[in-house]
Design a protein around this ligand. Structure first.
Ligand code: HEC
Length: 114
């Protein structure tokens, strides 16, 4: 039967995001880490310092923003170094993590993050 949970304490979650996360589906761990340190200080819940929206969940990025989406606006903001506001700009590795993920359509992660 579907729904049987086994080996939940094993070293590898059996099927990623369905493996019993309390907090709901997660973003990929590397994406979450960059957002946490470089974006969520302003784009948190609730947003602070004048930031127009939170950047916490997949749905936050899929949301409509003017005639586009937060996802598209974020790509533009990263490519132009408009964000993080006030700098310093993301280093190349962190920027690539976010840009690749935004380009890929903000997919959820497949593993539990530490
Ligand atoms: C220091 C606070 C701060 C940080 C850190 C920050 N933002 Fe922002 N963000 C803002 C503010 C304030 C605005 C509104 C700016 C405006 O409208 O002029 C904004 C606007 C935006 C917008 C909308 C831009 C547009 O086209 O209107 C996006 C997308 C965005 N931020 C993404 C990000 C991302 C991604 C990060 C992390 C890499 C980030 N921000 C980090 C404060 C911040």
């Amino acid at each position: 039967m579907a729904g049987v949970v086994s080996a939940a304490c094993g070293p590898t979650p059996p099927s990623g995001i369905d493996a019993g996360l309390d907090a709901g589906p997660q973003l990929p761990c590397d994406v979450g880490a960059v957002l946490r340190t470089r974006c969520q200080p302003c784009h948190g819940a609730p947003p602070t310092q004048g930031a127009p929206f939170p950047l916490l969940t997949q749905a936050d990025f899929q949301a409509t923003y003017f005639s586009s989406t937060v996802r598209a606006a974020a790509l533009e903001a990263l490519r132009t170094d408009f964000m993080p506001l006030g700098g310093p700009p993301l280093n190349a590795a962190d920027k690539a993590v976010l840009v690749d993920w935004l380009d890929a359509g903000v997919p959820l992660g497949t593993t539990n993050c530490p």
